[in-house]
Unconditional design. Sequence first.
Length: 165
Amino acid sequence: MYFATNEFIKLSCEHGFLIYVDGFHSMNCVGGPIENEGRLKYIDGCTDSLLIPPVIKGDPCLNALYFPKETKQTFHTHPSFRLGVVLKGKGICEHQGGESDLIPGKVFMIPKDCEHRFQTDNSELVVVAFHPDSDYGPEHQDHPMINKTEIHGISAKNIKNIQTT
């Protein structure tokens, strides 16, 4: 299970981790269990799925990352930190400070701009990762409702004088 809430709640559980983003007002969302493979192609044979997508471009998001057996990712960085938890399988994260074992239940953080890669041997690996920001998502003048509203065959996206300001 995973969720996002826009109000303080009382939790009672034995396993899990909580991420609080000061000043961010999420939509209430509950999901799970996660699927067995990602819906989106990623890098080096890996896939991912957006579990909690950004409601507006720039918002935080939660992803499931799927690493097949015998993965040796290309070294890469991210422009913001990442928080993750290993759901199943095992592997290692090779990073600037060495390497870290990845086993179920392990919570980890990858700092901004830290070069790293994930590797697996004879086990698949599934990680849920929090991204504090995104470069993807709807914008006020670019989202399904406004894009697919037409006035005399013209998208409301292209008629500035009727758009809500």
